[in-house]
Structure formats: structure tokens, C-alpha cells
Write a protein of this length. Structure first.
Length: 291
């Protein structure tokens, strides 16, 4: 279990105030280049990396995933990452004096941020960043759900990204590692209005969350005691093994290597050089593997 020690802080609500600090220092900007006017409630529409070392993060993600960046200044408060010209993520700088761990934060589209915050608190969740209007982006809040998983709630001003198939190097999926998957499914169904179904996967139950008929997220019961509840984002890749080797060569850590028993060897879990955790998934996955 030692390889999972660095996962202890995954999903912790530490460092997320950096997102608000960036909102005060610079425009975060919209999550799409052109307004769509459409909202897809229940969809994870964006991912932000909060980190003490944006320069190291840029070098890593450029080399591993082929990302480019709008802002060349390594001291910038906020930088937008792109893949093939499309915006894919943001990098928010944690100042030298700011406490917190480097981590990825997943951003969930909701119909009403204030109502969602109230529902979360009524069910035992906590609010880390109260609802705030961020110029160019929307109204957002940062919360920890009743089991402690951090998530950003957002109602965009200009609309959410359209539903299009992810390309290599773009976000493919978002998955909640929960203490209690069934309770988490019930909570997010009430929070967002998801439809859900329970699937068998590798001998364990897997909750599939849908909104307006579209699959939006997965929920599983975390089997590693040292891993805190967290929303884990997945990036689509063409070759999982090659990406793992590239990540290792650029200072990343392989937390969960490809294994035939885990989705047919198509998935791996990595930490970038700053310690932020994400997963990679070859897609479409081979048949016959299990989650």
C-alpha cells in the first residue's frame, strides 16, 4: 500500500482558496472560447490544477499530454491549457505563503449554485469558498461533499462546453472515489437530479450517473483506506503504457500502473511532479477488462 501514500491528500479541500485568489487577481475567463448559451447540468465542464509550481506543471503536461498554454509568464496567477487549440484546463498558482497541496479540482455544472451549496450543507457537507460571481466565468462555489470530496460548483455565464467526443489529451471521464458509493449516488442524485444505475464491475458495484440521458460520471467505493474521498479526472490517451513511461521520464509518479485485471490494462493513475493526481485511459477500452 505504500505506493498510495501520496494519495492521502487527494480530494482534500486544501489550497482551493487559490481559485478565489485568482478570480480576484485575474479573469479566469470562460470555459469555452465562444458562448454556447447552453447549460448541461450534471456535466463536469472544466478542471483546474492548483499548484505551487506552475512552471513544472506546464513542462510535465506539455510533454506528456501535448498541452500548450496561453500565458507564458510562469508567475501568472492563472493560465489556460489547450490541446489542439481547444481549452482543456486551468492552472492556478498557489503563492509561496499559501498553505495547501497541489491537486486537480473538478468543476460541476449546476442549475443554481446557491441552492446546491445549501443542499450540500444540509446533508453535512462543508463550504470552502462561498458562492461568488467570477467575471467571465460564472457563479461558483467550492465545497466538500458529505464524505469530504472537494468539487467546484459552477453556473457559467456564457454556457457550458458542447457535448463532443474527447480527443487524446482531453478529459474523458470523472469518477468519485467515495467512502460509501451508494450514499454518494443518493446525494448527487438529489443535488443535481441525476438518473443512476448500478453496474457490476470487477466484482464490485459501480454507480453510473446520467443527466438528460447522457453519462456524466461514475461512483465507486474506494478500497484504499489511505485515499481520501475525491473526484478523480481521467484523460483520454492513445497508448496508456507509453504515457506512463513518458510521465515517469518527466518526473511524474506512477501510483497505479496498467494491469490486465484493471480495465484490460487500459488505465493508470499518475501524480505529476507537484503531486497532483489524475488518471489516464485508453479509449475505446479493450473488451474483457474489469474496473
Amino acid at each position: 500500500m505504500t505506493r498510495f501514500r501520496s494519495l492521502r491528500s487527494v480530494g482534500a479541500a486544501l489550497g482551493i482558496l487559490a481559485l478565489t485568489a485568482c478570480a480576484q487577481q485575474a479573469r479566469l475567463g470562460p470555459v469555452v472560447d465562444a458562448p454556447t448559451g447552453a447549460h448541461h447540468v450534471g456535466k463536469f465542464v472544466w478542471h483546474d490544477l492548483v499548484t505551487h509550481d506552475p512552471a513544472a506543471a506546464r513542462t510535465f503536461y506539455a510533454g506528456v499530454l501535448g498541452w500548450t498554454f496561453d500565458e507564458a509568464d510562469p508567475g501568472a496567477a492563472y493560465t489556460v491549457a489547450r490541446r489542439g487549440g481547444r481549452p482543456v484546463a486551468g492552472i492556478a498558482r498557489l503563492g509561496a505563503g499559501q498553505a495547501g497541496r497541489d491537486q486537480w479540482l473538478s468543476v460541476l455544472s449546476v442549475a443554481d449554485v446557491d441552492a446546491a451549496v445549501a443542499t450540500n450543507e444540509a446533508n453535512g457537507g462543508q463550504t470552502s469558498v462561498e458562492p461568488v460571481d467570477v467575471p467571465g466565468r460564472g457563479r461558483l462555489a467550492v465545497v466538500a461533499d458529505p464524505q469530504g470530496a472537494a468539487v467546484v460548483l459552477l453556473r457559467t455565464f456564457g454556457g457550458d462546453p458542447a457535448d463532443v467526443e474527447a480527443n487524446d489529451g482531453e478529459w474523458l471521464w470523472t469518477e468519485l472515489w467515495a467512502k460509501d458509493a451508494a450514499a454518494a449516488v443518493d446525494f448527487y442524485t438529489g443535488l443535481v437530479g441525476y438518473e443512476h444505475e448500478t453496474m457490476e464491475s470487477g466484482g464490485h458495484d459501480y454507480g453510473l450517473l446520467r443527466a438528460a440521458g447522457a453519462p456524466r460520471a461514475g461512483v465507486l467505493t474506494n478500497r484504499y483506506p489511505k485515499v481520501r474521498p475525491n473526484w478523480l479526472p481521467y484523460v483520454r490517451v492513445a497508448d496508456t503504457t507509453a504515457i506512463v513511461e513518458k510521465a515517469r521520464s518527466l518526473g511524474g509518479t506512477v501510483l497505479l500502473p496498467p494491469s490486465p485485471e484493471l480495465r484490460g490494462g487500459t488505465v493508470a493513475m499518475l501524480a505529476d511532479p507537484t503531486g497532483a493526481v489524475f488518471a489516464v485511459q485508453k479509449w475505446p477500452a479493450r473488451q474483457g477488462g474489469s474496473k
